[in-house]
Write a protein that binds this ligand. Structure first.
Ligand SMILES: *[C@@H]1O[C@H](CO)[C@@H](O)[C@H](O)[C@H]1NC(C)=O
Length: 149
């Protein structure tokens, strides 16, 4: 039953439209949450970098899912990848470094997303694993992302 149950659950998760879960976190609320979790100065990056990253990866949508060409998918506000970091049961050759089911990265509580993102950033010694950060945030004036918060 255990072996039968898990694939069925994954099928059900896969056919659940992404819009059914997740919320858009308002920018200043995200700033507050990220500060609470010690991201200011973490691996030498600013909270503004993380907000910019979230803006360009998911538009602050905690329920965002996107499929990659290699068959893996990216989950949640930080678009965490199923090839290396979270487990979705259908990504070949996956090593899920954050030891978490990808679907947990789609709910309204981003505590686990932050924990996993910190591990990714720590391993990379920065935010370079995020293409959107490299393309839209790195080296830019990011003050608007924390302005008024
Ligand atoms: C969010 O999840 C964490 C565990 O991942 C838990 O400790 C915390 O209480 C949760 N926050 C809310 C508001 O439910």
């Amino acid at each position: 039953m255990k072996l039968l149950g898990l694939p069925l659950l994954l099928v059900l998760l896969a056919v659940t439209p992404p819009g059914c879960q997740g919320i858009i976190i308002p920018r200043c609320q995200l700033v507050r949450i990220l500060r609470q979790h010690g991201l200011e100065g973490f691996v030498g990056e600013r909270v503004a970098d993380w907000v910019c990253l979230a803006k360009h990866e998911s538009s602050y949508n905690t329920g965002a899912i996107n499929r990659n060409k290699d068959g893996s998918s990216d989950y949640g506000i930080f678009q965490i990848n199923s090839k290396y970091w979270c487990y979705n049961g259908r990504t070949p050759g996956a090593s899920h470094g954050c030891r978490i089911h990808c679907s947990k990265l789609l709910d309204n509580n981003i505590t686990d997303d932050i924990k996993c993102a910190k591990l990714i950033a720590q391993r990379a010694r920065g935010l370079t694993p995020w293409v959107a950060w490299r393309n839209h945030c790195r080296g830019k004036d990011l003050r608007p992302y924390v302005k008024g918060c």
